[in-house]
Design a protein around this ligand. Structure first.
Ligand code: ZN
Length: 127
């Protein structure tokens, strides 16, 4: 069994963005330790996020998220949000030299449909 550092987890949860906690108790729920889930739900409660807001977040996320076989959502290649799109791009050395083509996952913030400027810093247009 994987060692589980409760103190580090608790510290992360205290400083995490509400959006990130919401993602973890919803679309990433299956991959979370039950103890961590308890802590995160407790923290959301403390921040005044209601159960129905959590349910609404899950519903919105699953509308665009890509569900993996383990029941969790595919993560964006550039942040911790769930990805909404998969596209081919080049893995780049130092972000410049193309090394090998791979499939990237994009959340709605990093996706090709988001701000073109932002997307261009990470990707080539799909070929
Ligand atoms: Zn992202």
């Amino acid at each position: 069994m994987k060692r589980f550092d409760l103190r580090r987890v608790a510290e992360f949860i205290r400083t995490a963005e509400t959006e990130e906690l919401l993602d973890r108790v919803t679309v990433y729920r299956e991959g979370m330790e039950p103890v961590a889930l308890d802590l995160m739900e407790g923290e959301l409660d403390r921040r005044g996020v209601s159960r129905s807001e959590i349910a609404r977040h899950a519903e919105t996320r699953w509308k665009s998220a890509i569900r993996l076989s383990d029941g969790t959502a595919l993560r964006c290649s550039f942040c911790n949000r769930p990805a909404a799109v998969r596209a081919r791009g080049w893995h780049r050395l130092f972000g410049v030299v193309p090394l090998f083509p791979r499939v990237f996952a994009y959340c709605t913030t990093h996706g090709p449909k988001a701000s073109a400027e932002d997307a261009n810093t990470h990707t080539d247009p799909p070929t």
